[in-house]
Design a protein around this ligand. Structure first.
Ligand code: OOB
Length: 544
């Protein structure tokens, strides 16, 4: 693999991480093998009516790895995996890990723009989808993506495959396959990003498994854990913090939820005696609201983890009385660093802070705009490096020079302060991103697509506070002289442009449009986004 695919940790640090037992030289494929042997007939996974034991999961991964090998896919090749919360997500990922194929963790909401960008950046050889999910036909998406991604040789479908390869046809007689190198890339996570094109995050077997094992210890997952996967399983939080992989490591049981609406969630929590669940604040709010008045019988719940976006203390305080269980705040990023409040922390710490990093090897710096450390307790930019934080994005040499310091610290783009008790508090964000219900939107990406509309001369996307989603997006548009339509008509036209012509995921379509004669500029001539945020807060909505 070329140096640009993956920036390695310096050799002396890598040695230290191994010496301290953090990196154990185990691949994710071997991890499942060990679990299959240790937990055999215990239930690993519940998906609707299906219940798979650890042994079955292990065996299915072997059979699918053999089938992918027979298709001609070779170690190191990339596979874009876009599946809802179904059991096949795990057979596909573990089959990839066994074979040394690298899954790219796409989310169900991604559409042509995102998937074709992942295929192009990763030079993906295969794309795995479900036939339909939530009324959307992914085979149509695959047809569009195929036309744009010359590297794609296979589209593999869970369910009705149409002209593509049915996943079920690939289960073959297991064959001996060489175990990949544990220091190699296991998977490519997606960055929330702040640039025009999505960035891919190379995570190695060694570093990813370390974060999973250490998270299990911190979060108290054990063989009695029944983890409800309510968020999209490919996301780093429900996958590894400790998430589904942590549940497997602990010998517990994963329960997959296809749609996280509270009625379905509460029913399955009761039916399966769910003990742990990971939520984003927006989803927590919906669940809290649904549980209002009549407290649902959720006696089995022991821990609700909340992360991905800022959780207001007044909302955090409602968790214990409403659900009768503990809360844990999780501040993490797909690039690596994860910070947890601890289970035995005082209630005020759990409610008011985002906790402490996983590892003694996590290095944290809080700095000003010139990269100088701010005085203890003050707010600054969070920089981090450590045994499970990447040193560079996948094939992004130029961007890496900005996103990392010379000595390898990742610039998170988050503004934090550290309290005297050592707990971090997220105070805001310096990166040009909108955090909409935990889904990250890179402003520049949406602006680029808006600018491709013939009536748009300039565009800027900013966040607006929202009581339910945390943040909504508002697009400020400077029109070319020729536009004569009414604002509502123009807004609709722009939405359709983004969705249909650009093929952008729905969560990136601006929630609101404002049309202005001129975008305000700062002295150096950049769009004054702070001013736009104030304007967005002050103006009434011009379009529904
Ligand atoms: C998680 O990962 P990503 O990659 O989707 O997003 C990372 C960003 C952080 O840099 C921060 O801006 C924001 O999401 N964030 C939070 C937060 N947790 C994440 N902002 C405020 N409070 C929090 N608790 O979102 C992620 C990955 C692993 C575990 C948990 C979350």
């Amino acid at each position: 693999m070329s140096g640009a695919d993956f920036t390695p940790w310096p050799e002396d640090l890598a040695r230290e991480y191994r010496d301290r037992g953090w990196w154990r030289g185990q691949t994710l494929g071997a991890f499942l093998r060990e679990l299959g042997e240790r937990h055999g007939e215990r239930t690993a996974l519940v998906c609707g009516e299906r219940r798979w034991s650890y042994r079955e999961l292990d065996r299915l991964a072997d059979r699918l790895a053999a089938g992918l090998f027979a298709l001609g896919l070779e170690p190191g090749e990339r596979v874009v995996v876009q599946l809802p919360n179904i059991a096949e997500f795990f057979t596909v990922c573990f089959a990839c890990f066994r074979l040394g194929l690298i899954p790219v963790m796409a989310l169900p909401g991604h559409r042509r723009a995102e998937i074709s960008a992942f295929c192009e950046t990763a030079e993906a050889s295969a794309y795995v989808i479900a036939d339909r999910h939530e009324g959307y036909d992914y085979r149509n998406l695959a047809r569009q993506v195929l036309a744009l991604a010359p590297s794609l040789r296979h589209v593999i479908v869970v369910g009705e495959a149409a002209e593509f390869t049915p996943l079920d046809s690939l289960y073959a007689e297991p064959r001996a396959l060489p175990d990949p190198d544990a220091g190699a890339i296991a998977l490519l996570q997606l960055s929330g990003g702040s640039t025009g094109t999505p960035k891919l995050i190379p995570r190695t077997h060694d570093d990813y498994l370390y974060s999973v094992r250490a998270s299990v210890d911190i979060c108290g997952f054990d063989a009695d854990t029944v983890f409800l996967a309510a968020l999209p399983v490919a996301h780093n939080f429900p996958l590894s913090s400790p998430g589904t992989l942590g549940t497997l490591h602990a010998g517990g049981r994963i329960v997959l939820l296809r749609r996280p609406d509270p009625a379905a969630a509460f029913a399955i929590i009761t039916a399966e005696s769910v003990t742990h669940v990971a939520l984003v604040p927006a989803l927590l709010l919906v669940w809290l609201e649904a549980a209002r008045g009549e407290r649902p019988a959720l006696e089995s719940l022991r821990l609700v983890q909340v992360g991905g976006a800022s959780l207001a203390p007044e909302v955090a305080r409602r968790v214990r009385p409403t659900f009768g269980c503990a809360l844990q705040q999780v501040f993490g990023m797909a690039e690596g660093l994860v910070s947890y409040t601890r289970l035995d922390d005082a209630e005020t710490v759990i409610v008011e802070t985002q906790g402490r990093p996983i590892s003694p090897g996590d290095e944290i710096r809080i700095v000003d705009d010139q990269d100088r450390d701010v005085p203890e307790g003050e707010t600054g930019h969070l920089l981090t490096r450590g045994p499970y934080t990447i040193r560079g994005y996948w094939r992004a040499d130029e961007y890496n020079r900005r996103a990392f310091t010379e000595d390898g610290f990742y610039r998170t783009g988050d503004l934090v302060r550290r309290r005297p008790d050592g707990n971090l508090q997220v105070m805001g964000r310096a990166k040009d991103q909108i955090n909409r219900a935990g889904e990250k939107i890179a402003a520049e990406e949406v602006e680029r697509y808006l600018l491709s509309h013939p009536l748009v001369r300039n565009a800027a996307l900013v966040s607006v506070p929202d009581p339910w989603l945390g943040e909504r997006s508002c697009a400020f548009i400077e029109l070319t002289g020729t536009a004569t339509e009414l604002p509502a008509r123009l807004a609709l036209d722009l939405k359709l442009h983004l969705r249909d012509r650009c093929g952008l995921a729905m969560h990136k379509i601006p929630d609101r449009f404002e049309f202005v004669d001129h975008l305000p500029l700062t002295a150096p001539g950049k769009v004054a986004k702070n001013q736009l945020r104030l304007m967005a807060g002050a103006t009434k909505r011009s379009t529904p």
